[in-house]
Design a protein around this ligand. Structure first.
Ligand SMILES: NC(=O)c1ccc[n+]([C@@H]2O[C@H](COP(=O)([O-])OP(=O)(O)OC[C@H]3O[C@@H](n4cnc5c(N)ncnc54)[C@H](OP(=O)(O)O)[C@@H]3O)[C@@H](O)[C@H]2O)c1
Length: 166
């Protein structure tokens, strides 16, 4: 199971139910990493997508406690246990956690790879994830050049789980 997220300097990821900014090249990166895969998201993130629709060309799994929640093109699960049972049907590397904060924070520590876009900017975020740099089990294995779009400098990082010494 892997995770993909864009964060600001304070590990902020969202504001008022939406993203912090629009970065076309980052969306392209997100698409490359997720098309053909299984994407897992919370109900709020699904609702933040255009018209609340699932992402095309991907298997969309949505977590909600709402027993009556239904959406065409979406597989709904109501607990982490049910999510894990469903995800076990797919190769682990094909499952991508795509947000939001509640789902990232619940699942981050069991992920193998984290694809993190670091934006070198402080936004007025209201939604945050844990500081991955403070988690000793994850190490950076790849980083891109710094790119700039819409006045925001940012960089992609791939973190991998490492074995901690006893
Ligand atoms: N920067 C990025 O890369 C990125 C990516 C994705 C999202 N975001 C942003 O993150 C924000 C949304 O994050 P969020 O934390 O507020 O919401 P979220 O994680 O998208 O969704 C939260 C909802 O998911 C359901 N849920 C979570 N854990 C569950 C569990 N264990 N069992 C059953 N249901 C569960 C609940 O739905 P019910 O309330 O229906 O029970 C919960 O209210 C938005 O601003 C969005 O734009 C940013």
């Amino acid at each position: 199971m892997n995770l993909i997220v864009a964060v600001d300097k304070n590990w902020g990821i969202g504001k008022d139910g939406g993203l912090l900014t629009h970065l076309p090249q980052d969306l392209k990166f997100f698409k490359e990493k997720t098309v053909g895969k299984v994407v897992v998201m919370g109900r709020s993130t699904l609702e933040s997508l255009p018209n609340g629709n699932p992402l095309p060309n991907r298997t969309n799994i949505v977590l909600t406690h709402r027993e009556d929640f239904e959406k065409e093109g979406v597989t709904v699960v109501h607990s982490m246990e049910a999510l894990m049972e469903l995800c076990n049907q797919y190769p682990s590397e094909d499952v991508m956690i795509i947000g939001g904060a509640s789902v990232y924070n619940e699942l981050m520590e069991i992920c193998d790879a984290l694809y993190i876009t670091k934006m070198y900017h402080e936004f007025e975020a209201d939604t945050f994830i844990k500081n991955v740099d403070a988690l000793p089990q994850f190490k950076v294995v790849w980083e891109s050049e710094v790119v700039e779009e819409n006045g925001i400098s940012y960089q992609w990082f791939e973190y991998r789980r490492v074995k901690l010494k006893a």
